[in-house]
Design a protein around this ligand. Sequence first.
Ligand code: MG
Length: 160
Amino acid sequence: MTGLRIGHGYDVHRLVEGRPLILGGVDIPWKLGLLGHSDADVLTHAVMDALSGAARLGDIGKLFPDTDPAYAGISSLKLLAHVGGLLEDRGFAVVNIDATLLAQAPKVGPYRSRMEANLARVLGIEAWQVNVKATTEEGLGFTGDSSGMAAHAVVLLEKK
Ligand code: MG
């Protein structure tokens, strides 16, 4: 048996007016933002769920209940740092992270490397261990009509 563990995460948030659009810890100027209890950073949430899954920590709803006022408006990078600490405590190192944002608009290409750098910095890994990509959904469904954004992430952990 190897010490490798894979995890998958998925998350969705609604897009509304009057909220910031935070993705991978980057504040992206746009007319709509993501609605949620925290900063609603859907990409970071998917990454946290993948990490939690790989380490068998359950999910972020269990780790950070949205009924807890301590998490109201909190930066998801702070939550990610907490998950990173839990992994460290359990002797897990992140091998790599691959995340995909599903969004019709805006174009996030110019922000990708900053997102990768943010996620890596918070987890204490190198930027080359993190890949962020994005796809539109050809105008189909809730991501296609910009009523929401979704994100998937897969991660690989290694037991140290
Ligand atoms: Mg979420």
